[in-house]
Write a protein that binds this ligand. Sequence first.
Ligand SMILES: [Zn+2]
Length: 485
Amino acid sequence: MNEKSDKDFVKEICARDVDFSQWYIDVVRKAELADYAPVRGCMVIRPYGFAIWEYLRDELDRRIKATGHENAYFPLLIPESFLAKEAEHVEGFSPQVAWVTKGGDEDLEERLAVRPTSEAIICQMYSKWIRSWRDLPVLINQWANVMRWEKVTRLFLRTSEFLWQEGHTAHRTEPEAKQEALMVLDLYHEFLNDYLAIPAHKGVKTDREKFAGAVRTYAVEALMPDGRALQAGTTHNLGQHFARVFDITFLEEDNLLHYVWQTSWGVSTRLMGALIMVHGDDAGLKIPPRVAPIQAVIVPITFEKSKAEVLEAARALKGELAAAGVRVRLDDRDEYTPGWKFNEWELRGVPLRIELGPKDLAAGVVTAVRRDNRKKEQVPRGDAAPWVNAKLDEIQTDMLKAATAYRDEHTREVTSRDDFYLVFEGRPGFVKAPWCGDTLCEERLSEETGATIRFLPLEDTPADGFKCVGCGSEASQWAYFAKAY
Ligand SMILES: [Zn+2]
């Protein structure tokens, strides 16, 4: 690839205003996060994308373990008879299940499902492992791939195979299970907020939107720059539904057999899609420092006669930053101009770019440019390491502030039916509106506007005196609507 075509390559990103979907795909592919696989609907996560996923995963894993959970691994294949045990569950997933029917040349006696989720296999095992109240609670998480055959796919956002974590817990009492589902909801909410700089809303799903087989589904819902909501994670209070189907009982202190109370919860590589969309701009990615594989890149500005001196200073600076805990890269590639490198690292979303040239050396400074707002600052060379660390924290905070301001500007209240229909001729973001609580009304609203109820507030929100925006009858509560991914 020669220099000219490289420059064009960086510029070949569709503007967000022109076509947001195209912008997204361009950024994912040109920043080398992921690519399409030979099997339709599957993706290859490339090293740069996988590095982001690893930082995200490791931190979430740390938080999951810190709340008392342990990791385990269950098999990829689930016998059809296990999956078929729970009617609602199997019905919910059956259009998307991929099946293994042969081992070598031989037909299998029973079809095996490639897991679309692992309730069926995990519940089967829990029914063997759990005997007494002393065995409870069981708090297990698994990091795994799952497969749901998708007709329309988009890298990270909707792929047939994706990576996720799925927590599966069993408890002695109903309040414990409910508390677990809400605790993990908070955990997800905080993780998104202070690690990914994504300010999500949290709430409970309506019956129509809940997970097949759950009593209650809770979700964190984030807002994307095109005005669509994205469900970033869910937790489910499963009640005793699966326990009855899979016969998971324990001997209580009263010497009677009781069914356990269960939860399940998960987030997936979809979070990568949210991260890309929430923060990116027309120049490409903006990665929050905490999850950035490269937090600072040093680009030496070299001229023939000062080259050796500048490179030496750049190497020293790199060593100093690395020793201070900064994930730093020195881009000393000869074949690219500094301008080309600036474009590339902007595209790849590196939070801080440090320029070092003969003028900086002479003045005893380094020049730094923030990716989030492009502000340029000069810092005394001697202060570089603590300054960079403080600046990365500031960028993280400012990115959350910007995303929060956007979310709040695009969360509005609408109380009349006419306004509701009018506002959903576009993509207004989240719309809080009074609703009657009826599923048929919810369905009709959704068909007519393209918006769905993303969540109901966790606390009681009586809507006394208001009429439902769908049917005009007395409203029973407030609901948050949006068009969604
Ligand atoms: Zn209604």
